[in-house]
Design a protein around this ligand. Structure first.
Ligand code: PRX
Length: 654
């Protein structure tokens, strides 16, 4: 693994501003300071009983057979029952589960828990009729429409594990995931709305399904209503197969605590994405507990909005499973923040009286660039808590968010976690923690996080190193689907007995954690994980590319941006057209999110005598040299510099 030297971790300028919780907030908060004193086992035992309704109670809290944990052993439950039916049974069927807002103007739909129960039953009955049963793997490829959580819940009702693939991924990425999980059915929609135009999801599915012999059928939800090709016998319009909406006609399947709930694919340091496995009980308890304490959720009065996409782990845990399990009223928005104008988000906050907003630093920086006047056009006084996730938040963005969105009255929770952790792991508790812009502060109660040196010693206050987790937690991944060796190698080989997260971090004198970004070959673009190797493979897949190396540079808006260094076959020269062609090739292979921001064409890549690409040199060049934008070619001195510095390093080796 290419581990960066830690000096950048050590030289961080610590932010000195502090924000104690407002006393009125602290007084009413779900989490009080004593929560940190609770015994780890007693804490998760209580939460296991209070957050979730069991068909059969569990008999053992957890088993820790490193590196695999099991939680709530012996218990049986059903996720859709917990997220929907039990709220209706408790008399809350009239409470809104989702205020859904479509991207086209005026396109709105409120779904109560009662509506949701019927919709989930109807969808589950449709799937059942097509042959989906307990254990059948289902892929879901949709935009942000209510049928997305409905389809997920329908799967959980039947005990069918799902994998949701983000709508921005390509046909190739889709088929790889479908095949890896062995999916037999795919749920999609005709097209999705995005910034006033349509994304042809069904068409991409058709392409993907040419490579997936195991898929027996698809269900297609109508969204835009435009015509899309349907394959007779394989593709079904949802309207045609929708079943009875009587929940009693489709009882929730009792699932063992440790049965597979879903896979979420994420990038690692090789080209093949990892299927991160999450199981039923521990995951549900973990996300419901964290959602309740960290967002201080009052389900009777709050209107909660997580502005992520359900296609990522943030959406799974904090748009679908956590909030619904807690009986929350959420907002779900289909489109982009600047459609039709840059105040769209703030009009949504005003319309629904959003009280809790959870988003990513990249979005905050984008709003910051557009200017506070868009937020000022709207009444944001309903907001009482703000959250951030996905990448380190720079203090400037934190302060802007606090000031211009939160009106200086809302605590900001900067939450660190990963696809693998399933739930938030390091975070302030809004009524307890004194926050510092840029710091995710403290491990969540029951979470044992620490910073280790390269040698595996714990680093004390003031030191920097690698973030590790020393104790299992309920929503912990249960491995990489079908690849035990990779699971052990990725997370456990570095230190042996603790989980290695892949992030650099620092802990200050108060014991607050400051996350410093990835230390491996994983990039973070707009809060999305992208593997350098995956992008390199996509580039080399192009018929004219001989070799490619990818590095990230810092970017004011997206956190990191992708820079590719490419050598063309036969010494071919780069051109602006070639540059665009390669960017599009990456979009076709992986998805538009993985398009390099810059491509440097170079006759050769700097290599060590033993033939290894000098990645550190490339990273340094990507970071410090003007590379031109995507439509111009790089300054020729960059290529010259690659050659001279490569040669210098080689001679230093001799
Ligand atoms: O590097 C960390 C960064 O995002 C990575 C996890 O990415 P993913 O699995 O896609 O999940 C993103 C949403 C949970 C982490 O290894 N990261 C996430 N949250 C933060 C963060 N870095 C710093 N501060 C955060 N709050």
């Amino acid at each position: 693994m290419a581990v960066e030297p830690t000096q950048n971790i050590d030289t961080l300028l610590l932010e000195e501003r502090t924000y104690p919780p407002p006393p009125e907030f602290a007084a009413q908060a779900n989490a009080q300071a004593s929560i940190y004193d609770e015994d780890f086992e007693a804490f998760w035992d209580r939460e296991g009983k209070e957050r979730v309704t069991w068909f059969e109670p569990y008999t053992e809290l957890y088993q820790w057979d490193r590196p695999y944990a099991k939680w709530y052993l012996g218990g049986t439950l059903n996720v859709s029952y917990n997220c929907v039916d039990r709220h209706v049974e408790a008399g809350l069927g009239g409470r809104v589960a989702y205020h859904w807002e479509g991207e086209p103007d005026g396109d709105r739909r409120d779904l109560t828990y009662g509506d949701l129960q019927k919709e989930v039953a109807a969808f589950a009955n449709a799937l059942k009729e097509l042959g989906v049963k307990k254990g059948t793997a289902v892929a879901i490829y949709m935009g942000m429409i209510p049928e997305l959580p409905i389809a997920m819940l329908a799967c959980t009702r039947l005990g069918a594990p799902h994998t949701v693939v983000f709508g921005g991924f390509s046909a190739d990425s889709l088929s790889a995931r479908i095949n890896d999980m062995g999916c037999e059915f795919v749920i999609t929609q005709d097209e999705a709305w995005r910034r006033g135009t349509t994304v042809a999801l069904k068409k991409i599915i058709d392409e993907a399904l040419q490579e997936t012999p195991g898929v027996k059928g698809t269900v297609v939800v109508r969204r835009t209503g435009n015509d899309v090709p349907m394959t007779e016998g394989r593709d079904h319009w949802y309207d045609d197969v929708r079943g009875s909406d009587d929940p009693a006609s489709c009882p929730p399947e009792p699932m063992d605590a440790e049965e597979l709930l879903f896979l979420m694919y994420t990038s690692g340091t090789t080209a093949k994405p990892k299927g991160i496995a999450h199981t039923t009980a521990g995951y549900l308890v973990g996300v419901a507990t964290t959602h309740r304490y960290i967002f201080d959720l009052k389900p009777e009065t709050d209107v909660y909005w997580c502005a992520a996409d359900v296609g990522w782990i943030t959406g799974h845990s904090y748009i679908v499973y956590g909030p619904l399990c807690n009986g929350a009223t959420s907002v779900m928005y289909e489109g982009t923040p600047d459609y039709p104008d840059k105040d769209r988000w703030w009009s949504i906050v005003e319309r629904y009286g959003v009280t809790i907003l959870y988003t990513a630093p990249t979005a905050i920086r984008t709003h910051m660039k557009w200017g506070p006047e868009y937020a000022q056009k709207h009444d944001l006084s309903s907001l009482r808590l703000l959250g951030s996730v996905g990448e380190p938040i720079n203090p400037e963005a934190w302060i802007w968010y606090h000031e211009h969105i939160g009106g200086e009255r809302c605590p900001v929770v900067d939450t660190w976690w990963q696809t693998e952790t399933g739930m938030i792991m390091i975070t302030p508790l809004p009524g307890v923690t004194t926050t510092k812009p840029g710091s995710a502060t403290k491990p969540f109660p029951g979470v044992d996080a620490a910073i280790y040196s390269e040698q595996g010693e714990e680093v004390g206050p003031g030191g920097g190193g690698y973030l590790v987790l020393r104790r299992p937690w309920p929503a912990m991944l249960r491995g990489i689907y079908g690849d035990d060796a990779r699971y052990r190698e990725t997370y456990w080989a570095k230190y042996g007995d603790v989980y290695f997260a892949g992030d650099g971090a620092r802990v200050d004198q108060d014991g607050d954690f400051w996350l410093m970004g990835r230390v491996d070959d994983v990039m973070n673009v707009s809060g999305h994980r992208i593997s350098t190797t995956e992008v390199e493979s996509a580039l080399v897949d192009h018929k004219e590319v001989a070799e490619a190396a990818v590095a990230a540079r810092n970017d004011a808006m997206t956190g990191q941006a992708i820079v590719a260094f490419v050598t063309l076959k036969g010494g071919g020269e780069g051109s602006v057209e070639k540059l665009e062609e390669l960017r599009n090739h990456v979009a076709t292979k992986i998805g538009p999110i993985a398009k390099p921001a810059n491509i440097v064409f170079t006759p050769e890549l700097p290599k060590t005598r033993s033939g290894k690409i000098m990645r550190r040199l490339l990273r340094d060049v990507a970071e410090h040299r003007p590379l031109g934008d995507t439509t111009t070619l790089a300054d020729p001195t960059v290529v010259a510099e690659l050659q001279t510095r490569g040669a210098e390093e080689q001679s230093r080796e001799d």
